[in-house]
Design a protein around this ligand. Structure first.
Ligand code: DC
Length: 229
């Protein structure tokens, strides 16, 4: 069967990754979480002390060391995990500390340029489900199936809160909601590749949907497209 490119964009914590990962597993495609790549660069910058006390980034130092940052994904028991310079960082990149520092990193043009090039290389043979903010607009504007996911910020914060608690990580609902809303603002207002729906993307507001309903919805969209190929 012909392989296609599937781009899933949308706001933070709206369940994109869960949907995208499930679809990829079901149809045998590679899954790439591009948010994890921006988080891994953020973790590296935090560890190296590349943040000023006001939260801005020491861009010269980061730019100088960008080539030392190697991000990869490996399947662990069938689940894709993020590696930074061959260290498993899947847990470390999901902390609130990384979440609160990732937006300024994702707004830096040289960071985006480097990560977009890596993402395009990962998807050059198609057969890929990639989720992020700019996949349908910038990384793969020619993707055959584009989805743009939204949900109310209070619902997204609640989901993130439950996810952290389930993993035994510290979680404060108000702090998470504030972080979700701040990231929405920065993601949609940054100069380079701001978060926006591609003109040809199908919008999904999943505020009132269960995970299995979303999964079915996405599977239907995939089958509709693949029928025409
Ligand atoms: O999806 P996430 O919450 O893990 O993403 C982390 C941050 O990275 C988010 O604030 C926006 C940014 N991001 C981006 O700018 N472009 C992408 N393709 C993916 C994520």
């Amino acid at each position: 069967m012909k392989k296609i490119t599937i781009a899933i964009d949308g706001y933070s914590s709206c369940g994109k990754s869960t949907m995208a990962k499930d679809l990829a597993r079901e149809i045998g495609y590679i899954y790439i979480d591009t948010g994890a790549m921006y988080r891994a660069v953020t973790l590296y910058a935090l560890r190296q002390g590349y943040f000023n006390s006001d939260g801005t980034v020491k861009t010269d130092e980061l730019e100088h060391n960008m080539e030392k940052i190697h991000i990869s994904f490996k399947l662990v028991s069938g689940i894709p995990k993020t590696y930074l310079n061959n260290e498993l960082v899947e847990y470390d990149i999901r902390t609130l500390e990384v979440s609160s520092h990732v937006s300024p990193i994702a707004a830096i043009p040289f960071v985006r340029k480097a990560l977009v090039a890596q993402q395009q290389a990962m998807g050059k043979d198609k057969g890929i489900v990639m989720d992020g903010r700019d996949i349908g607009t910038t990384v793969f504007p020619e993707a055959e199936l584009k989805i743009f996911v939204t949900a109310k910020s209070s619902i997204r914060a609640q989901r993130r809160f439950e996810e952290l608690k389930e993993k035994g990580m510290p979680a404060d609902f108000d702090a998470i909601k504030k972080n979700v809303e701040e990231r929405d603002y920065i993601d949609t207002h940054r100069e380079v590749s701001p978060l926006r729906k591609a003109d040809d993307a199908i919008e999904l507001d999943n505020s009132m949907m269960t995970i299995s309903e979303q999964k079915q919805w996405l599977m239907d969209k995939y089958h509709n497209i693949i029928k025409t190929k």
